[in-house]
Every structure is written in C-alpha cells, then in structure tokens.
Design a binder for this molecule. Structure first.
Ligand SMILES: NC(=O)c1ccc[n+]([C@@H]2O[C@H](COP(=O)([O-])OP(=O)(O)OC[C@H]3O[C@@H](n4cnc5c(N)ncnc54)[C@H](O)[C@@H]3O)[C@@H](O)[C@H]2O)c1
Length: 348
C-alpha cells in the first residue's frame, strides 16, 4: 500500500517528544517528508535529528515545495486555525493537536474550510487511544453499564503550569481548561456516548498565578521566553447534556489540592473508573462487585498515528472527527463564557 507522505508543522516539544518518535514505528506505512516552523533553525534541527529531507520556515513554504498527503499540526493553539486552513486549501489531510483551536470562532472557521475542501481531518485526542478506554468504550456501547447518566472527571496539578506560550492567552486561548481539561472532557464525553452538550455552569480562578515554587516539574514549550501570564490557573464546571446526563469537571495547573487525574462513568447497571479500569457492578447473587479487567498497555501516540494512517489508506472514518473537535470546543468555550458572565450558559 502507498506510504502516506507527511509534513509536520511545529518542531516544538510535542512534535519532537511524541509525534516524531511515534512515526518511527510506522516507517513501513508513513514517511515524514518535510517539517516547518516559524523558527526555521528549530525545524532544521528536528530535520537533522529525525532524518527528515526538508525543513521550511512556514506552512505555506512547505506546502508549495513538498509532495504531501497529510499535514500534522503541532503548533501553538492560536496557530492551529491558520495552519489547518492553509493545509485544507492545499487539499491535504489534517491531524490537529488538541485543543482544536484557541476559541470556538476559529474552530468553526477551520471546520468550514475543511468541509469545503473535503479533506480528511482528525483531532489528535490521544487520551481516547489507551487500551482501557477502548475496552470501556466497547463495554458501554454493548450496554454493559446501562444508560450513562453521570460522569466526573479531573486533571488536577498542584503546581504544574507549563512554561512558555501556554500562559499567554493570545497564543493559547486559555489555561488548564483548554490545555489539559480538554483531555479529560474529551475522553469522558466520548465514553459517555457523545451526548449533545446543552448547558454549562463554571467558575475559573486566577489566584495562584506565576508562582516561584521550587522542585516541581512542568511541561516546557520550546518557546519559553514568553512573559505573558494572563490565563486561569484552575477551573470547575458542570456540563449538562440533552439526554439528561451531566459531567462534573475540574482542571488545574496550580491549586492547593491533591494532584489527581481521573474519569468516573456512572450508568444504570454499573459504573467504571479508568487508570486502572475498574467496573463497579453487582453479581447475580446480589452482591456488589469491583472487577478489574486485564488490559494490554500501549503507547497512545503510536496508536493514534497508526489509526490515522490506517484511515487514510483504507478510507475508514477517523475515531476523532472534526465534529467532535467542534463539540469539545463548544464545551471549553462554554466554561469560559459561563465563568466570565457569572451564570449558566446555553450552548446553542
Ligand atoms: N497531546 C498532548 O498530550 C499534548 C501535550 C503537549 C502539547 N500539546 C499540544 O501541542 C501543540 C504544541 O505544543 P508544544 O508544547 O510542542 O509547544 P512548543 O512551543 O514546544 O512548539 C510549538 C512550535 O510551533 C511553532 N509555531 C507556532 N506557530 C506556528 C506557525 N503558524 N507556523 C509554523 N510554526 C509555528 C513554534 O515556533 C514552536 O516551535 C499545542 O497545541 C499543545 O496544546 C499536546
């Protein structure tokens, strides 16, 4: 089968630490033919390190000078829309890192251009791709948990604010809600069967800010000389769905609380948590049971990229289509809107 020819845009941390190493495991089905970054020497460094034949200083230059099937977007959140629109207009398939965009309006512009061009598009929602998530998803689809009516999810860092553009709203669109809340909201909503979100009530906090705490680890963007710090540092929300279900969400980069990351799904027959996957049910004798199925662990990025290559080669629909990116972005936007208005907001 023909190899998929890929151009990467953004030669920063996620490209170099996750996407490019994962593509190495797919060399029989995909080849990286070019990489572009506004910081051209950074693109060249990555090209040298990963054996990529061409490096460019912009997506436009890359599109004009390379034969590509797909563009993999690994740039600041605020650059997702312009890069995706350029790729769509050039007729390329697109993989877009999370979140879809820095705001709903830009995500909708992307959707319009992608649909107009008719190109394949997948959101890089890596946390859908663990073995546990897929097994639980199959169990829920098969009705083993009954109707899902409630879920609770959190990604709580006590001190874990990323360094760099992430804290500059102009480049990121927001703080932990859009950066890590997106992972747990997306994964939980996907497991719930993707019900339509209709209302959100949320609050966000900016009380801890640019702390100087020592001995803590952080994600470091390769552009770390950014001084702006105007994002929230924690948030809590409840999202209500058209089918009557609801999801409670907490996300923080900095809060005086126990660090945690979880997803809990509650159905009429059973419930479940992830990491590890435990099913909370009841047996035929009427006793409560906690079952922990054995699930093979695998690298989420490798699974995500292998899945997309497979979709492009066979025409299969991707697991995280553009409509999902839009719905998740609506929930993120709803959280920010509700917090700034100080009341519940409707999402239509
Ligand atoms: N899936 C995950 O778990 C995960 C983890 C971390 C980051 N991310 C996402 O990956 C993306 C990149 O984050 P990062 O940590 O690699 O940041 P980074 O700062 O290390 O790298 C981003 C790169 O994009 C380049 N860039 C920005 N706008 C550009 C444009 N218009 N054209 C070309 N290059 C451009 C910058 O010069 C920089 O080199 C973000 O959207 C982030 O949310 C995802």
């Amino acid at each position: 089968m023909k190899k998929i020819r890929i151009g990467i845009v953004g030669a920063g941390n996620i490209a170099q630490s996750a996407h490019l190493p994962a593509y190495r495991t797919l060399q029989d089905r995909a080849e990286i033919v070019a990489i572009a970054d506004l910081n051209r020497p950074r693109a060249q460094d990555a090209a040298d390190k990963f054996g990529i034949p061409a490096a460019f200083g912009s997506v436009e230059e890359m599109l004009a000078n390379s034969a590509l099937d797909m563009v993999d977007i690994c740039v600041w959140n605020g650059s997702h829309a312009p890069v995706a629109i350029a790729a769509a207009q050039a007729g390329k398939a697109i993989l877009c890192e999370k979140p879809m965009a820095d705001c709903l309006e830009h995500a909708l512009q992307m959707e319009r251009e992608v649909k107009k061009a008719g190109v394949p598009f997948m959101m890089a929602m890596v946390s859908r791709f663990g073995g546990e998530q897929q097994l639980l998803h199959d169990m829920i689809e098969a009705g083993e948990l009954g109707d899902i009516y409630y879920a609770k999810t959190a990604y709580i860092r006590r001190r874990g604010t990323p360094l760099g553009w992430f804290t500059d709203t102009k480049k990121s669109g927001g703080g932990p809600v859009i950066d890590i809340g997106v992972h747990c909201i997306d994964r939980t909503w996907y497991l719930m069967g993707k019900p339509k979100p209709v209302r959100v009530s949320a609050s966000v906090s900016r009380r801890i800010g640019n702390y100087q705490t020592k001995g803590v680890s952080r994600w470091i963007a390769l552009d770390r000389d950014v001084t702006a710090f105007d994002t929230e540092d924690s948030a809590a929300a409840i999202i209500h769905f058209e089918n009557g279900a609801s999801m409670l969400v907490e996300a923080s980069w900095a809060i005086n609380a126990k660090p945690d990351a979880y997803t809990q799904i509650c159905g009429t027959k059973a419930g479940a948590t992830l990491d590890p996957l435990v099913i909370y049910g009841e047996n035929e004798q009427g006793y409560l049971t906690d079952n922990q199925p054995t699930v093979a662990k695998y690298n989420g990025f490798e699974a995500e990229l292998a899945h997309l290559i497979d979709c492009l080669q066979t025409g299969k629909p991707p697991l995280a289509p553009i409509e999902d990116g839009i719905t998740v972005q609506r929930m993120l936007q709803g959280i920010y809107d509700s917090a700034s208005l100080g009341r519940e907001v409707c999402l239509d």
